[in-house]
Design a protein around this ligand. Structure first.
Ligand SMILES: Cc1ncc(COP(=O)(O)O)c(C=O)c1O
Length: 489
């Protein structure tokens, strides 16, 4: 086995972010728990050489005995291995096969409540109808070879028609169908980036996009959010200073904050991309979850002067979208919208990993696109209701927390009032509620004060989840009355 990277004491302290140690001699347990979460989240990759105990102790201002005990606990749990002369490195209890997958595992035993995903079940009526139609159409396709690199014409047309209807004239040739929005992001990054490139990202952002940036051997340059809207001044400064190859933004009901960018900022961001020749990768996965009004005009409409066939001269706006939030994550259908030339480049990348998306899934998605008004007519009122219900529950049962009121999306972004999100998520899992901790949405251990709370369950599920969360919260040592902060820089 090769140990291909290492983390310094200061680097690990930074990844651990702001954290607090409860009094009573459990510092090493908390240290081990937090390092374990970093490994499970993939924020501390496997086979990373850990800092020497003395170095980490100095960086965290802890005793060496505390760090040694923490490392011992990690060794016992199978998260660290050590060898005399070679130091210690990160591992997983069941070996490399389980790498990073804990975040994707279904909340298994049937009693756990899964709020780690912000996603809905399929709309039952429309989904059954779409399956029936797909079933009757499929035999026609089955006489051919079944390969559709760019996607089925009928689905490309349906996606193009939706863009057009929302205010951005679009043709079939500008659409590439992918196996979900995540694949659309990864393919675009892998088409445009070279190893070592930088990508400007919002901070917080959608965590699997951060993983995709890492997967393309590029680095994320994070820009935080101001009190409202987007911080375009800092984005412009970051473009100047870091010269990113690409800007990745989720302007519609941003995951996890739920924010929606206004028209003025959209125009400004397009202008920034043009001025600096920096392509914009715009993630519109959440677009159809507008809860307080019409879905926003597609972002690319603000940069529509780029020609249909090429991006000659100006920086392109590349849009990715998905059927997952509008219909169901179980049909793996997403798309890229760009100039014809860019679509062809990204399709060549797709061919290297996936030479066709599933015809059956595409047929189902085509029919659902035709039924979108009826799906949204039931889905959006139900989401408005669960958003209000969850906010009410938080207000009553967890009054120290501050939940936002997002204009769309599928989750609340909650300020916990203290940097305990990872500890809470760890405790909540013991009570049968699976959640994604705030730092999952950021870099360097940021967002420990925040928790994403999806409102994707019916009232009874949310009632039960908040009941269990409130129990976990009260049992956290760091929320008790005699708790004293011991923050680590
Ligand atoms: C902002 C954002 N982009 C992309 C995706 C990927 O969606 P999928 O690959 O299921 O289409 C998600 C899923 O949660 C998301 O929230």
């Amino acid at each position: 086995m090769t140990i291909d990277r290492h983390v310094t004491g200061r680097g690990l302290a930074k990844d651990l972010g702001q954290w607090r140690i409860a009094p009573g001699g459990t510092a090493y347990v908390e240290l081990a728990e937090r390092i374990k979460l970093l490994v499970l989240d993939g924020r501390l990759p496997l086979h990373t050489r850990m800092p020497a105990e003395r170095e980490l102790a100095a960086a965290l201002q802890l005793s060496r005995t505390t760090v040694a005990a923490g490392y011992e606990l990690l060794r016992e749990g199978g998260f660290v291995r050590s060898r005399r002369g070679s130091g210690s490195w990160t591992t997983l209890p069941d070996g490399p096969a389980t790498r990073d997958l804990s975040a994707f595992a279904p909340a298994g035993d049937g009693t756990a409540i899964d709020l780690a995903y912000a996603a809905l079940p399929a709309p039952p009526e429309q989904f059954t109808a779409a399956m029936a139609v797909a079933g009757t159409l499929l035999p026609r396709y089955a006489t051919g070879n079944g390969y559709t690199l760019l996607g089925l014409d009928s689905l490309r047309d349906a996606v193009a028609a939706r863009f057009t209807r929302r205010g951005l004239p679009t043709e079939r040739s500008q659409i590439l169908i992918t196996g979900g929005g995540q694949q659309a992001i990864a393919l675009t990054l892998n088409t445009l980036l070279s190893p070592g490139d930088r990508v400007l990202v919002e901070h917080p952002t959608y965590p699997n996009a951060l993983d995709a940036v890492r997967g393309a051997h590029a680095r994320s340059v994070p820009v935080g959010f101001p009190a409202t809207g987007w911080d375009l001044t800092t984005m412009a400064a970051a473009v100047r200073d870091a010269a990113p190859r690409l800007i990745f933004v989720i302007p519609d009901f941003h995951n996890p904050t739920g924010r929606c960018m206004d028209a003025t900022q959209r125009a400004e961001l397009v202008a920034l991309g043009r001025r600096t020749h920096t392509p914009l990768l715009i993630d519109e996965t959440m677009t159809e979850t507008a809860l307080d009004g019409e879905p926003p005009t597609p972002f690319a409409a603000y940069g529509a002067s780029a020609s249909l066939s090429s991006d000659s001269g100006s920086a392109p706006v590349i849009t990715v979208g998905s059927a997952s939030k509008t219909f169901w994550g179980g049909i793996r259908v997403g798309w890229v919208r760009a100039s014809r030339q860019m679509i062809e480049r990204i399709a060549r990348t797709k061919a290297s990993v996936d030479i066709s998306s599933s015809v059956l899934d595409q047929l189902v998605a085509t029919h659902l696109m035709g039924d979108i008004d009826s799906v949204l007519a039931t889905r959006l009122p139900a989401l408005r209701h669960t958003r209000a219900h969850l906010r009410g529950l938080v207000e009553r049962r967890l009054p120290d927390w501050r939940a936002n009121e997002p204009p769309g999306g599928l989750s609340l972004w909650v300020d916990l009032g203290s940097p305990v999100s990872s500890a809470l998520v760890s405790a909540a899992s013991q009570h049968g509620v699976m959640l994604a901790a705030g730092p999952r949405f950021g870099l360097d251990g940021a967002f420990e004060r925040y928790l994403r709370l999806p409102f994707t369950l019916p009232d009874t599920g949310l009632d039960k989840a908040i009941e269990r969360l409130a129990t976990a919260w009260l049992a956290l040592p760091s929320t008790g009355p005699d708790w004293a902060p011991a923050e680590v820089a």
